[in-house]
Ligand binder design. Structure first.
Ligand code: SF4
Length: 392
C-alpha cells in the first residue's frame, strides 16, 4: 500500500500497522532498490537531527526494538539480566539479518546501555558505520554549543563519505523546511486528538506516529496530512473516561496491548512521550540561514523538549510535566517506564514529588517491551480512573 494513495482512515492504520510489524523493513528495502547508490542508517531513540541525513539523501530508520514479535535467543547473551529489554531485541534483529540492508547505525547518548550497545555493534558489525552520537548536557552556546557543533560536523562528514555526498547550505535548509512542516503536522494531529481523544484510539495514534520512524519525511508528511483529514470526518461519541498524561516511555516502547489496556481501563491518553524524538524541538528552526548546521545546534540548546535523558538545568522537569498536565486539561499522570530504565526511573521520585506539590494525581508501573499479561495494569489503571471519577 502506498502512503500517498490512501482512500480512508482504515487503510492508513493498516499501512502503519503493517510497517510496525514488518521487522524486515520492507519499505526501506524498496527505497533502496529505487536508490541503489544511497544509504540507510538505523538510529536508536530518542532524538537525532534527521535533517542532516536528509541533506545527504540518506534514509534514517528508527530502531525501536521488536517487542514481543521475536524470541530473544542470542540477544540475552550480550547483557546482564538487570537491564532493560530493547537492546536485546535490537541485537537479536541485527544478528538475525533484519538490518542487513542498513549501512550504519547511530546510537544517541541516552544512557550506558545505549553506549554499550554501540560497542557491541562496533565489534560484531565491522563492515557498518557505527556512531555513538554524544549530546551536550551544558546548554551554553560557547560550551555545549561548540561541543555539539563539532559532533554534528563530524557526523555530517562521516555520512557524507559513506554516501558520497556533501550537505550544502541549500540541502540542509530544504531538510529543515521539511522537518518543520512535519512538526507542524504532528502538532496539528496532536491538538485534534487532545480535543477528541475518542476519535483516534491510543493505539491508532501510536501507529500513526510510529510510521514516522520508517517513511521518508516527504511520504510521512503526506501520510500525516491524510490521516488528520480522515480523522476529522469520523463521528463518534466520547466515553466516560479520565484524561491522563503518560510519562517515562520515551525509549523502549510499551507493547501495543499495554497502550490499549490503559485506554480500555478508563483513561484517554491525551499526551505521552512514546515517540518523543519526533517532537524533540518545540519551535521552527530557521530554514533560510547561511549556517543551517548552527541553526540545528541552537534549536537543540534552546528549544528542546524536557526529558529524563537531559539535564534539567534551570527548567525543573517536574514543573514542566505539571504544565503539560494543565495544558492538556488532564486529570492525572501515569508513570509508565520500562523495567530497569535508569533515566526514567531515577527521575520518577522527583516527578512524583512535583506532582504532589502541584496536587496532581498520579499512578505508576513498569513494563518491558515483550510483556504479554496486562490484567494487573488494567486493575491499577482502572482503579486510578475510578478514584478520580468518584472522588475528585
Ligand atoms: S530503555 Fe532506558 S535504560 Fe534502556 S536503553 Fe532506553 S533509556 Fe537506556
Amino acid at each position: 500500500m502506498n502512503p500517498l494513495s490512501l482512500n480512508n482512515y482504515k487503510q492508513g492504520i493498516e499501512l502503519a500497522s503493517g510497517m510496525f510489524n514488518d521487522l524486515a523493513f520492507g519499505y526501506a528495502t524498496q527505497w533502496k532498490a529505487l536508490h541503489p547508490d544511497r544509504r540507510i542508517i538505523g538510529y536508536m531513540p530518542i532524538y537525532i537531527p534527521r535533517e542532516i541525513f536528509h541533506a545527504h539523501q540518506i534514509l534514517p530508520v528508527g530502531l525501536f526494538g521488536a517487542g514481543d514479535r521475536i524470541p530473544v535467543v542470542r540477544g540475552d547473551a550480550f547483557f546482564q539480566s538487570y537491564i532493560c529489554h530493547i537492546p536485546r531485541t535490537v541485537i537479536e534483529c541485527a544478528l538475525n539479518g533484519n538490518y542487513d540492508h542498513f549501512d550504519g547505525y547511530i546510537f544517541p547518548a541516552i544512557c550506558d546501555v545505549i553506549r554499550n550497545l554501540s560497542g557491541i555493534f562496533r565489534v560484531n558489525f565491522k563492515d557498518k558505520y557505527i556512531k555513538y552520537l554524544d549530546f551536550p548536557q551544558n546548554f551554553s552556546a560557547d560550551i555545549g554549543g561548540v561541543f555539539y557543533r563539532t559532533e554534528l560536523d563530524r557526523l555530517s562528514s562521516d555520512v557524507g563519505k559513506l554516501n558520497g555526498t556533501t550537505a550544502t547550505v541549500e540541502s540542509l535548509n530544504h531538510a529543515i523546511t521539511l522537518y518543520n512542516t512535519n512538526r507542524h503536522l504532528l502538532r496539528a494531529l496532536d491538538d485534534f486528538r487532545m480535543e477528541s481523544p475518542h476519535i483516534i484510539s491510543a493505539v491508532d495514534y501510536y501507529l500513526i506516529r510510529r510510521a514516522g520512524a520508517v517513511l521518508t519525511i516527504e511520504d510521512y508528511n503526506q501520510f500525516l496530512q491524510s490521516m488528520t483529514d480522515f480523522a476529522k470526518t469520523i463521528v463518534k461519541e466520547p466515553e466516560d473516561k479520565i484524561r491522563v498524561v503518560v510519562s517515562g516511555a520515551f525509549c523502549e516502547q510499551p507493547p501495543l496491548g499495554l497502550i490499549k489496556t490503559i485506554e480500555n481501563a478508563g483513561c484517554y491518553i491525551v499526551d505521552d512521550d512514546f515517540q518523543l524524538g519526533q517532537i524533540w524541538l518545540t519551535k521552527d528552526i530557521p530554514d533560510d540561514t547561511d549556517d543551517p548546521m548552527g541553526a540545528l545546534v541552537d534549536a537543540y540548546l534552546n528549544d528542546s523538549i524536557h526529558s529524563s535523558a537531559v539535564f534539567e538545568g534551570d527548567r525543573p522537569k517536574g514543573d514542566q510535566l505539571a504544565k503539560q498536565v494543565r495544558d492538556r486539561n488532564a486529570d492525572g499522570v501515569i508513570f509508565c517506564a520500562p523495567s530497569f530504565c535508569d533515566p526514567a526511573l531515577l527521575d520518577r521520585p522527583l516527578l512524583e514529588r512535583a506532582m504532589d506539590k502541584h496536587h496532581i494525581r498520579h499512578s505508576g508501573f513498569q513494563y518491558h517491551e515483550n510483556l504479554g499479561q496486562f490484567h494487573v495494569i488494567k486493575e491499577q489503571a482502572g482503579t486510578f480512573a475510578d478514584m478520580i471519577k468518584l472522588w475528585e
